[in-house]
Design a protein around this ligand. Structure first.
Ligand code: 3SK
Length: 507
C-alpha cells in the first residue's frame, strides 16, 4: 500500500495541500509567545525559498545547514529548503565550531541558515564548501538578515520537482569511531514514516496538538514535532529550551494531546505532575534510550496514562518497534510497527531461537543509506536487513525486549554520545596523556559519561582539575557530551595488542 509517483516533493503533502484544501487558518505552530497558522507557515516558507534561490544562489541538490533551537523559523526554513529542491542538514543547537566544521566539510554544505543567537560558533567555521550564511531571529524579536530579505518576496513559490528518490535530508549519527556518519533519506521516506509509527501507535487527528523535547536536528524530534503533526493536519507546540517543567506547563496551559520525550524527562515529569492539569494528554511517547519499566509503572500510577516506548534510529529515520495501548507487554519495547519487520540474529547472521539475546535486525519501508561510506553501508545492511547495533531478544509472542547496546554509544538523557568522540576531544587537553570513556548506568540520565584519565603529570590530579577539565570540555564540544564523572588513574587496562579494555571500566 505504499506507492508514490515518480515526481514527488514531500512539502506538497505536508504543507501546500493544507492550503489548497482551505485549512490555511488552522494553527500550525505555537510557542509560549507566538502563533503561526498554516497560511503563515506557507507564506514564510515560500518567501525563504525565494531568498535561497534569488539572493543566496542556492540550486537544487545544494545542501543547506539549519542551525537553530526548536522554533517556528526553523520549521519555515526546513520547508523552504525542500521547496527549493535543496537537501536539509539540521544540527543540534549546542554544536561547537569544530563539530560544525566537520559536518559542513563532510556533507559539503554550501549554504547555512543560522539563528543569530547561535552565530558565535558559526563565525569561526572555515570551510571551502560554505558559500553563504544567512542569519534569522528565531526569537522573533529583531528581524535578522533573512527576515529583511524575505520582506520583498512573493508569498507563493512553485515547488521544485524533486523525485520520490531525491535526497531530502542528511542526518548525522555519532557512530562508534568518533567520526560521525551521514545517513540520507528520500522525499518518499519522509512520508513513509508518517504512515508507520504514528498511524500505528498514535492515530493522530487534526485536533491533536503535539509537543516534546527532542531537538528538530534529531530525527526523533523532526518526526514527532514536525512531520507527524503536519502530515495529519494537526499542530505543534515548540519549546526552545524544553525542561520537564516547561513540558508540563505547555500541556496544562495549551491543552497538548501528544508528547514526545526521553525516559529521563518522563521520570521527572512523574514527580511534578500532581501540580499540573494534564487531562488533555492522550499519548505519551518515549524513545532515544530504553524506557526503564519502573519509570513506566510510576508514571502510570501517577496519571493512569501508558507511556508508548519505541526504538528508532537515524539510519532508519524513525521508530520501527513500539507498542500501542491495545498491545502493550509490560517491560517489553513492543512489536515491529506497520511497514517494518524485525528479527534477532547471531554472529553468523542466522535467526536465533526465541528468548535468546542477539543483534537486532530490521527491514522495512525506510532503511540505512550512508553517504560516502561503502564499507559502513555493507556492515550495516546485510541482505536488505539493517543491523542496528543493539542487543534485543524476542519472546514467544513476537515482542522485542531490550538487552544492551552492542557498541560504544552512550545514551544519556536521550542524547547519543560516542565514547570515542568524547575521548578524542579530551585528548586535546594539554594535561591529558590518555583516556578511556564509558557509559555508567545512572538512574537520572539512563547512562552517565564517565572518563578515566591518565594525566601527563600525576601530581595535578584534584577536584579542581576535574572541574577545570569539565569546563574546558564544554567550550570544546557540545556541553551535553561532557564527562560528568572523572577518575584519574595511573594506567588504562589494555590488551596485549594495546587495545583499551573499556568493559573493565564499566563496573
Ligand atoms: O534513538 C531512537 O530511539 C530514535 C527514535 C526515533 C528516531 C530516531 C532515533 C535515533
Amino acid at each position: 500500500d505504499f506507492q508514490f509517483p515518480e515526481s514527488l516533493n514531500c512539502v506538497d503533502r505536508l504543507l501546500d495541500d493544507h492550503i489548497k484544501q482551505g485549512r490555511g487558518n488552522r494553527v500550525a505552530i505555537s510557542t509560549f509567545t507566538e502563533i503561526w497558522t498554516y497560511q503563515d507557515l506557507y507564506d514564510k516558507s515560500n518567501q525563504i525559498a525565494h531568498v535561497l534561490v534569488d539572493d543566496l544562489g542556492m540550486v537544487s541538490g545544494n545542501r543547506v545547514l539549519i542551525r537553530s533551537a526548536n522554533n517556528p523559523m526553523f520549521v519555515a526554513c526546513w520547508f523552504a529548503v525542500l521547496k527549493a529542491g535543496g537537501i536539509v542538514v539540521a544540527t543540534m543547537p549546542l554544536l561547537r565550531e569544530k563539530e560544525l566544521t566537520v559536518m559542513i566539510d563532510s556533507a559539503e554544505i554550501s549554504h547555512a541558515l543560522c539563528d543569530v543567537r547561535l552565530m558565535d560558533e558559526m563565525s569561526g567555521v572555515q570551510s571551502t564548501f560554505l558559500k553563504q550564511t544567512c542569519t534569522f531571529d528565531g526569537s522573533n524579536e529583531n528581524p535578522g538578515e533573512l527576515e529583511q530579505l524575505m520582506a520583498s518576496k512573493p508569498k507563493d513559490f512553485k515547488n521544485y520537482h524533486t523525485l520520490h528518490d531525491s535526497i531530502a535530508l542528511i542526518g548525522f549519527t555519532s557512530g562508534t569511531t568518533g567520526k560521525p556518519k551521514m545517513t540520507s533519506h528520500f522525499h518518499r521516506d519522509i512520508l513513509l514514516i508518517c504512515e508507520a509509527f504514528p498511524k500505528y501507535s498514535l492515530q493522530p487527528t487534526p485536533e491533536d496538538i503535539f509537543t516534546g523535547s527532542p531537538p528538530l536536528g534529531f530525527t526523533f524530534g523532526l518526526g514527532g514535532l514536525v512531520l507527524f503533526p503536519f502530515y495529519y493536519g494537526a499542530s505543534t507546540f515548540l519549546i526552545e529550551k524544553p525542561t520537564p517543567e516547561l513540558l508540563l506547563q505547555a500541556i496544562d496551559r495549551h491543552k497538548i494531546t501528544i508528547c514526545f520525550t526521553a525516559p529521563t524527562a518522563w521520570r521527572i515529569i512523574t514527580t511534578l505532575v500532581k501540580d499540573f492539569d494534564i487531562a488533555s494528554l492522550r499519548k505519551c511517547v518515549s524513545a532515544g534510550e530504553t524506557l526503564p519499566f519502573k519509570v513506566w509503572e510510576d508514571f502510570h500510577a501517577a496519571t493512569g496514562l501508558k507511556i508508548i516506548d519505541g526504538i528508532g534510529s537515524t539510519e532508519i529515520l524513525h521508530i520501527f518497534i513500539s507498542s500501542h495501548e491495545g498491545n502493550m507487554r509490560k517491560g517489553a519495547t513492543g512489536l515491529p510497527v506497520h511497514g517494518y519487520e524485525a528479527k534477532i540474529i547471531g554472529a553468523d547472521g542466522s535467526e536465533l531461537p526465541v528468548n535468546e539475546p542477539g543483534r537486532l535486525a530490521v527491514r522495512g519501508v525506510t532503511g540505512c543509506k550512508y553517504l560516502n561510506a561503502p564499507d559502513k553501508q555493507k556492515e550495516y545492511v546485510e541482505n536488505g536487513w539493517n543491523i542496528t547495533g543493539d542487543v534485543f531478544k524476542k519472546d514467544e509472542d513476537g515482542y522485542f525486549w531490550f538487552v544492551a547496546r552492542g557498541d560504544d554509544m552512550i545514551i544519556s538523557s536521550g542524547y547519543n554520545i560516542s565514547a570515542i568522540e568524547v575521548e578524542n576531544v579530551l585528548l586535546g587537553h594539554e594535561d591529558i596523556a590518555e583516556c578511556a570513556v564509558v557509559g555508567l548506568p545512572n538512574e537520572e540520565r539512563g547512562m552517565l559519561v564517565c572518563a578515566h584519565i591518565v594525566l601527563k603529570n600525576k601530581a595535578l590530579a584534584s577536584d579542581a582539575k576535574t572541574k577545570e577539565i569539565q569546563e574546558w570540555f564544554k567550550s570544546a564540544a557540545a556541553p551535553y557530551k561532557y564527562p560528568r564523572e572523572i577518575h584519574f588513574v595511573d594506567a588504562l587496562p589494555k590488551t596485549e595488542t594495546g587495545k583499551i579494555q573499556r568493559f573493565k571500566l564499566k563496573n
